[in-house]
Design a protein around this ligand. Structure first.
Ligand SMILES: Nc1ncnc2c1ncn2[C@@H]1O[C@H](COP(=O)(O)OP(=O)(O)OP(=O)(O)O)[C@@H](O)[C@H]1O
Ligand SMILES: [Mg+2]
Length: 325
């Protein structure tokens, strides 16, 4: 499919995006910022909508985003199930995953291979990070000698707060044994992801893992190695751009944060919970859809074939066919 063609399809889909769903018979609805989660007993049906969140608010929708995200996550869950158990059961529709309901662990594990994003912003301010040892004098987007793991909780503001291992165990959030399993799982998953991406010319910069317990056993839940939970840069141009102190070519949603901050500096990054979302230009939505598609293709190794269709109708049909509705 030609680039022009894809752009036309994305444009046609701008007003056909999946904003929300409501299928009460699937179970109790928990509306995340991006995904609609329905839980019933042991089963959780996660519908990835096209919503995009930034600065802890739902800002807009991006054509085909839900489908790409769900398919990427399903891809990784299949690929990594031998490394650590995960919640994935099946994907009856491109936007939907059926997973095992788990008891969630109240912190996530962030893994970083490069100094960037919020960690760079904090590092620049203080030239150090409380509790985490990072060598002095590092540059923005520089690679760490060793990957850095930070268990973190989400504060009310949505900003991640570092939570040291000792505190997690002292507070009884999980047993020491489970915590150590989590660390090992995160390192192994991240290394697997990095290797896979590297072969295809992509750098997996950082990511976060959410985990849970099922009958006492550790499970990876939520989503893994998607553009919403990870940063991806193109490997080819990284060295040259880094040497020139320029930004790498980004294939995740970080460019959206940048766009929001330059377009509306009076609103972002400190948007208030009740503050109205300003208009989002079609151009940035199209650009994001294209970048999400590019990383989909690189990660999954298949061309993404967007189709202008009624997503909600397709989901209903597929859920009926698979016996969930
Ligand atoms: N297997 C599972 N068992 C229990 N809870 C799960 C499972 N998988 C995912 N979850 C939870 O479902 C929710 C998904 O919500 P979602 O990620 O869409 O929005 P959010 O976490 O509120 O915001 P953000 O956009 O910042 O991620 C998360 O709270 C996640 O922890
Ligand atoms: Mg989430």
């Amino acid at each position: 499919m030609s680039a022009g063609n894809i752009e036309e399809i994305i444009k046609k889909h701008l007003d056909k995006t999946l904003k929300e769903t409501y299928f009460p018979s699937l179970g109790k609805l928990y509306k995340g910022k991006v995904r609609d989660n329905y839980s019933k007993g042991e089963q959780r049906v996660i519908i990835a909508t096209d919503r995009i969140s930034s600065f802890d608010r739902v800002i807009s929708t991006i054509p085909f985003k839900g489908q790409m995200l769900n398919q990427i996550s399903a891809f990784w869950f299949e690929k990594t199930k031998g490394i650590v158990r995960n919640h994935f059961i099946e994907s009856p529709d491109p936007n939907v995953s059926v997973v095992t309901q788990c008891e969630t662990i109240p912190f996530e594990i962030i893994v970083r291979a490069y100094l960037t994003g919020s960690m760079w912003r904090d590092y620049k301010k203080e030239n150090s990070m409380s509790g985490i040892s990072i060598p002095k004098g590092m540059k923005k987007n520089q690679r760490f000698d060793e990957i850095i793991l930070t268990p973190s909780t989400k504060a009310a503001s949505g900003h991640d707060i570092y939570l040291p291992k000792e505190e997690i165990i002292k507070k009884g959030m999980v047993d020491k044994d489970v915590y150590e399993q989590m660390e090992e799982a995160a390192i192994n998953l991240f290394e697997f992801g990095q290797e896979h991406c590297k072969k295809n010319g992509l750098i997996m910069v950082d990511t976060k893992y959410e985990m849970g317990l099922k009958d006492g056993e550790l499970m990876v839940i939520d989503e893994i190695h998607t553009q919403d939970s990870s940063r991806f840069w193109l490997a080819d141009s990284y060295d040259e751009l880094f040497a020139k102190e320029e930004e790498p070519e980004i294939l995740d949603k970080e460019i959206f944060r940048g766009w929001l901050m330059t377009t509306y500096p009076e609103i972002f990054p400190n948007i208030k919970p009740e503050q109205e979302i300003p208009p989002i230009a079609d151009d940035i939505k199209i650009e994001l859809a294209k970048r999400y598609m590019k990383s989909y293709q690189i990660i999954v190794g298949m061309e993404f074939k967007p189709e202008v269709s009624n997503v909600k109708e397709r989901i209903i049909n597929n859920l009926k066919k698979a016996g969930y509705l």
